[in-house]
Design a protein around this ligand. Structure first.
Ligand code: NAD
Ligand code: WQD
Length: 338
């Protein structure tokens, strides 16, 4: 199947392109490279031994997107393109709403015109905000607590409204937990701009000597060791979840917009992740426990039963694999793609 992949040069998108190609699909990438580099796609070609179309375009460019649909005739779309940094979204909310909402509005409009009505959307566990209880089931209350999270929740709501009005649309709203790790080749991985906000890239950069120490945000949570607990998910498992979601949509006998958690269902603390990374890299990660980061929950992990039931998908890789692959990527590419 020809699959339009918006944001296909990014962290999750590049890994998904590899799994799509492996499964016999053709990814058609649309990316404006605002948070990624063409080198990632060059390496996807190198790893897969296959070529595929890439369009340097902002998804908000309606005319440009129309032309791509006419030329490439995709049967389904995976919509990764978006801005994703929580802190930046608080400082620049309009940039986030404009990029994330308008890109989705334009994309859906162009898909509608082209008669392409199968969409996999990158949502996030961030739509649950501060959880009342874990594991988080898809029916848990939705209450995003920052502009980034609200942009995801608004898009989910827009897509649910679309399906109410146009029941032939088939949409998977995939709520990712914490994607980490890299392709096992060490050729592609996460390459954040500036100082990382997220735990795993921060640990990796300490291990490789780019950053001096890790600050652990809070040691007094109500968790087994006092540090925050999250559901870390290997990015290759996440990529495979997208391929399964496409298969599921293609076979669906009726339309709908279905939210599905993608996580492992296991929670791991910051200290556990540090220990796993030290073991994988044979490097010490110097760290200090500092006050909590505002907006952080103590514990957040997924109920994964729905993904298993609907998609037949279950994460296979554990935190030792995640740390091993993240370290291989970081140690072989200490400055990322540059
Ligand atoms: P990323 O920044 O690496 O990838 C996003 C890609 O989209 C980049 O290549 C960027 O250049 C592109 N892009 C952004 N706006 C665009 C636009 N208007 N037009 C064309 N291209 C555009 O991020 P990622 O980690 O791969 O995340 C992919 C998606 O998954 C995002 O929507 C993100 O919000 C969501 N998500 C990510 C995480 C995470 O922790 N990484 C967790 C949950 C959800
Ligand atoms: C994980 C744990 C921190 C950095 C974020 C977004 C969420 C989603 C995934 C996109 C927490 C602790 C972190 C550090 C630390 N993204 N930590 N020191 O906050 O669970 O989720 O990324 O949708 O929307 O909010 O991930 O990696 O930032 O933090 O101690 O330098 O690591 O307190 O317990 P988070 P994270």
């Amino acid at each position: 199947m020809r699959v339009l992949v918006t944001g296909g040069a990014g962290y999750i998108g590049s890994h998904t392109c590899i799994e799509l190609l492996k499964d016999g699909h053709v990814p058609v990438v649309v990316d404006n490279f605002c948070n990624s580099k063409p080198e990632a796609l060059r390496r996807v070609r190198e790893l897969s031994g296959q070529d595929f179309p890439v369009h340097d375009l902002d998804v908000r460019d309606r005319e440009g997107l129309r032309k791509i649909f006419l030329q490439e005739k995709p049967e389904a779309v995976i919509h990764f393109a978006g801005l994703k940094a929580v802190g930046e979204s608080v400082a620049q909310p309009w940039r986030y709403y404009d990029n994330n909402l308008v890109s989705t509005l334009v994309l859906v409009e162009v898909m509608q015109e082209a008669g392409c009505r199968q969409l996999v959307f990158s949502s996030s566990a961030t739509v649950y905000g501060m959880p009342d209880q874990v594991p988080l089931h898809e029916s848990a209350p939705l209450r995003a607590i920052n502009p980034y999270g609200r942009s995801k929740l608004m898009i989910e709501d827009m897509l649910r409204d679309l399906v109410q009005a146009e029941p032939s649309w088939r949409i998977a709203l995939l709520r990712y937990f914490n994607p980490v790790g890299a392709h096992e080749s060490g050729r592609i991985g996460e390459d954040p701009n500036g100082i990382p906000n997220n735990l795993m890239p921060f640990i990796s950069q300490v291990a490789v000597g780019r950053l001096p120490r890790l600050r652990i945000f809070g040691g007094d949570y109500d968790t087994p060791d006092g540090t925050g607990v999250r559901d870390y998910l290997h990015v290759v498992d996440l990529a495979l979840g997208h391929v399964r979601a496409l298969d599921w949509l293609a076979q669906a006998t009726q339309g709908g917009a279905t939210a599905i958690n993608l996580g492992t269902g296991q929670g791991h603390s910051v200290l556990e992740m540090v220990a796993a990374f030290e073991a994988a890299s044979a490097r010490a990660i110097p760290c200090d426990i500092v006050p909590r980061r505002p907006g952080d929950a103590a514990s957040c992990y997924a109920d994964t039963a729905l993904a298993e039931k609907l998609l037949g998908w279950k994460a296979q890789r554990g935190i030792a694999d995640m740390c091993r692959d993240a370290w291989r990527w970081q140690s072989q590419n200490p400055q990322g793609y540059v």
